[in-house]
Design a protein around this ligand. Structure first.
Ligand SMILES: [Zn+2]
Ligand SMILES: [Zn+2]
Length: 154
């Protein structure tokens, strides 16, 4: 019997579908997110109109627009921008880290990803009217920066 091409840890690799509110834009992304977090920074709050933005990060080339690319509204430049549907305004993903990664707005995923947000970041600028009630680690700003300065804020 022929051996599977994928290694066991990659055997579950699959493609997730996501879309905007009106359905004009659809994307496909590999279920291989490297990290996921809830960002409480003011930009993410305003971009989503929410207390925080749950997002998942992955290499940019693992996401592709499968329909409605001509409906994308780009806010920013090629190496760093938010991508929305220009018809309904849904924030679909952000291109970050000099264009190398995308942060998928997890609320636009149709399928359930393997990853879960594992921390709260930019809690230092969180909305005062919102209380974090879970036990995930909290960081005042970027997790990396805070971690090197002594671990999660509490
Ligand atoms: Zn739309
Ligand atoms: Zn943010």
């Amino acid at each position: 019997m022929e051996k599977p091409v994928t290694s066991p840890e990659r055997a579950s690799a699959r493609t997730l579908v996501g879309k905007c509110q009106c359905g004009a834009v659809h994307y496909a992304v590999a279920d291989e997110f490297v990290y996921a977090a809830n960002c409480h920074c003011a930009n993410c709050r305003r971009a989503t109109g929410s207390a925080f933005k749950p997002f998942a990060g992955i290499a940019r080339d693992k996401l592709r627009i499968t329909s409605g690319a001509d409906h994308l509204m780009i806010f920013g430049d090629d190496d760093g921008h938010d991508a929305r549907c220009q018809a309904c305004g849904s924030l679909l993903y952000s291109v970050v880290r000099d264009g190398a990664f995308v942060h998928v707005a997890m609320g636009t995923l149709v399928d359930d990803p393997a990853i879960r947000p594992s921390k709260h970041i930019f809690v230092g600028s969180k909305a005062p009217w919102f209380t974090i009630t879970d036990d995930l680690p909290q960081y005042a700003a970027h997790a990396e920066a805070t971690a090197s300065a002594g671990g999660p804020a509490s």
